[in-house]
Write a protein that binds this ligand. Structure first.
Ligand SMILES: [Zn+2]
Length: 280
């Protein structure tokens, strides 16, 4: 799938277009025969019936326009349903999964920044870039991205995993993560977060990879690090329990669609060979 991002709509919509349509935490999908779903490819004349608002152009897939929009109607056409965006993973091609996350963030930003944060006047979308400008004071706001670090800390041949207080699954453990604060480098953020949450100092921080995570607007930046010093002392406001685990005796951990799962898989591949229980 070749998605070509574009800010401005080249011409008014004629024919079919892909619509990434959101309602609360859900996205509208069309059921297909093989128990999979697809992003709706909708005829222009059908769109008016669906009571969409806040439609924004995103770009094109093979010259077919793509839009995000908000759904207010509860009456869905046959074979259409709402499903949680997280649950969409694995049900559509990865390209459409990534694009759904992008569409979600552009949709949310346009919904949440209709008014200026400085003077309260209405904002409007700029023509030539993804930005909203205040009609009174000209303050410009851009789509919000919240950088967060996520780190696999290894001591000898064991991985540091913790169970966060807000994890929906009470048996799930994961590697430590936290939001970057103003004025902070990624390395400083890693050292601060890990020390604050579990009382451990780390060294030899190495970049792993990054992932856009649209729940709601994170950019997850993954690292590996080595234990330097300290004893596990958890911050009970954030962590329920934390411990060091062998590759062979991991608890329930996130699936590989999340960067956390990829980091844990990296640990298993480099520190042990047995398969892990996973939430996939
Ligand atoms: Zn303003």
């Amino acid at each position: 799938m070749d998605f070509l991002k574009a800010v401005s709509e080249p011409a008014p919509l004629q024919g079919k277009a892909y619509f990434f349509i959101f309602s609360e935490n859900d996205i509208l999908v069309k059921e297909t025969a093989d128990n999979r779903v697809s992003i709706p490819l909708i005829e222009e004349r059908s769109i008016a019936k669906m009571k969409l608002t806040g439609s924004h152009f995103l770009g094109t897939i093979n010259q077919i326009p793509c839009y995000c929009a908000h759904l207010f109607s509860e009456n869905l056409p046959d074979r259409y349903k709402l499903m949680n965006l997280r649950a969409l993973y694995g049900r559509v091609d990865n390209g459409f999964w990534s694009l759904s996350g992008y569409a979600r963030q552009i949709h949310d930003w346009n919904m949440n920044f209709k008014f200026c944060g400085r003077c309260g006047a209405k904002t409007h979308k700029k023509e030539n870039e993804y930005a909203r400008e205040c009609s009174q004071c000209n303050l410009i706001s851009y789509p919000r991205i919240s950088p967060a670090i996520i780190t696999a800390v290894v001591k000898d041949r064991q991985l540091l995993l913790a169970r966060g207080i807000n994890f929906p699954n009470k048996k799930m453990f994961s590697v430590l993560a936290g939001f970057v604060e103003p004025g902070e480098s990624l390395e400083a953020c890693i050292k601060r977060e890990i020390f604050e949450e579990v009382g451990i100092k780390v060294k030899n921080i190495q970049y792993f990879k990054s992932q856009s995570w649209p729940f709601p607007d994170s950019l997850m930046i993954g690292f590996t690090a080595e234990y330097e010093s300290g004893r596990l002392l958890i911050d009970t406001n954030e962590i329920v329990e934390a411990d060091w685990f062998d590759a062979q005796t991991l608890p329930l951990v996130p699936g590989k669609q999340a960067l956390a799962g990829e980091l844990i898989e990296w640990f298993v591949q480099t520190h042990g060979n047995r398969s892990t229980p996973s939430s996939d």
